[in-house]
Design a binder for this molecule. Structure first.
Ligand code: SF4
Length: 485
């Protein structure tokens, strides 16, 4: 029997960390037909915790290492004993902080599976390296525990069938997941950004609209109502993007969440940018975000790393999204806003880089515009990229002592006033799922792309949803009280 072990994936163009369900386990499940699906949480639970009745221990803080147990947890031993081939899916290229999951590292999974007596195949983004912490080279672990490292690299003509068959694995998953739907892969730019692995992995290609619709139908019929059209480098480039969105909403009227992910700001300010922005606002659900991979507003860094837009284009794109998407919807969140990604450690980075970033963020604030969030991380360095070949961690080493200060200044001077503008005290945000405990606080968030984290005093029932009234603002999250008590 074949067992898929999902250790979760996070790449520039694709997220498979719970609550997201990535494409890798689904396509591979579809390829093999009948499989068991288990998570690294299941294995950790079996190895390090007590497997009495499948219930997690009650602790002071929710243990996110074992939060995402599958329905198979109660027969995990039987599944492992009956496994003849284990497919391990792993690979983090864009590490983040995850509220309720912790992806596995190569070191960890090697230890967990070393005694299993079956064929072991390693796959996923790890084929190009993996690193769970920013600011480091990819993990160099010996792979002797694996029989094979394999890039399944299905063609879209093959995925068309695998994606539909593979949807079945949701039956083995207990937690409500957001299904990450692929629209295309590769990058439209001849020479990609210096740090990015996407151009190394794929040539630019898009899926057929009908194949995407058929895949969504398969999940929809299995009861999934939350989708992110997220596995692509620039959603605006999809050839029939307006028709795709219209057809999804028309065909699947019960969809609760329909969001997108990556967008190149240069596409938003292109000829078709306004029409696409309007269509996204119209057909997607509220709280939607376009993640702009700006990475730096410093012209030197932009040039040296071949980044995807100019600072002026990024600013214009922020204005376009605000014009069409800033209105607050009935969920309590604005309909469609930009999120900005900033990367530390790129080639050419200097103190001026931080002052350029602050200059443009301050301009956004001064002009009354909204950003949903600013993601700041240190670059991870992967073999084969321009960054790896030209300078490695030179700039990280040089500037690391400034990063805390730079990050903190953005958080204090930009994020905080932005959050106060985004969700003023008294705003009610609907349907937040209670996700984890930390002491006497429950952290909740809506289902969707980069949802806002709301901390509520007391222990709410995990997994239930609550309407929350905002009472205060932290640097990146907010506090609230239950409104529908
Ligand atoms: S625009 Fe840059 S970050 Fe985005 S996929 Fe292309 S190379 Fe990667």
């Amino acid at each position: 029997m074949i067992t898929i072990l999902d250790c979760y994936t996070d790449e520039p163009a694709g997220l498979g960390v719970p609550p997201y369900l990535g494409t890798y386990p689904r396509y591979i499940a579809g390829f093999f037909g009948k499989v068991n699906y288990i998570t690294i949480d299941d294995l950790r639970f079996l190895k390090y915790y007590h497997l009495n009745d499948g219930k997690k221990e009650v602790s002071h803080k929710t243990n996110i290492k074992i939060y995402n147990l599958t329905r198979n947890i109660l027969r995990i031993k039987e599944i492992l004993d009956g496994t003849t081939k284990l497919i391990v899916i792993l690979g983090v290229h864009t590490p983040g902080k995850y509220l309720s999951a912790l992806p596995g590292t190569l070191e960890e999974v090697s230890e967990l599976i070393k005694d299993m007596n079956c064929e072991k195949v390693l796959t996923g983004p790890v084929v190009f390296g993996t690193q769970l912490e920013g600011g480091k080279f990819f993990e160099r672990n010996d792979l002797k525990v694996f029989d094979k490292v394999k890039d399944f690299n299905f063609k879209y003509s093959e995925i068309k069938g695998h994606a539909i068959k593979g949807a079945e694995i949701v039956k083995q998953i207990s937690r409500n997941r957001i299904i990450e739907i692929e629209t295309g892969h590769g990058c439209s730019r001849n020479k990609g950004c210096s740090f990015c692995t996407e151009p190394l992995k794929n040539k630019l290609e898009f899926r057929e609209k009908e194949d995407i619709l058929r895949e969504i139908k398969a999940f929809y019929e299995l009861g999934c109502k939350n989708f992110r059209l997220g596995k692509q480098s620039d959603f605006y480039l999809y050839p029939k993007v307006v028709e795709l969105l219209k057809d999804i909403r028309k065909t699947f009227s019960g969809i609760e969440v329909l969001h997108i992910d990556n967008v190149n700001p240069a596409s938003v300010v292109s000829d078709k940018g306004k029409e696409i922005t309007e269509a996204i606002v119209r057909y997607c659900t509220e709280g939607n975000i376009a993640a702009f991979g700006v990475e730096s507003f410093d012209p030197v860094v932009m040039e040296e790393n071949n980044l995807n837009c100019t600072a002026e284009q990024a600013f214009e794109a922020i204005k376009v999204l605000n014009k069409y998407g800033a209105e607050r919807g009935s969920s309590g969140m604005p309909r469609f806003l930009p999120g900005i990604n900033i990367l530390f450690g790129l080639k050419g980075e200097s103190k001026k880089t931080h002052s350029e970033n602050m200059k443009w963020f301050s301009k956004v604030l001064e002009e009354g515009l909204l950003l949903r969030r600013i993601n700041i991380r240190q670059v991870s360095i992967f073999e084969g990229t321009q960054l790896y070949n030209e300078c490695g961690d030179k700039f990280i080493k040089k500037n690391k002592r400034h990063y805390w200060k730079w990050r903190n200044e953005i958080r204090q001077k930009i994020d905080l006033p932005m959050l106060q503008r985004l969700v003023p005290a008294g705003t009610v945000i609907k349907k937040n799922i209670a996700e984890i405990y930390d002491g006497n606080t429950t952290f909740c968030r809506q289902i969707g792309t980069y949802p806002l984290i709301v901390g509520v005093k007391g222990r709410l029932e995990l997994g239930e949803d609550y309407d929350l009234k905002i009472t205060g603002h932290m640097l990146r999250s907010v506090t609230g009280v239950v409104e529908n008590d």
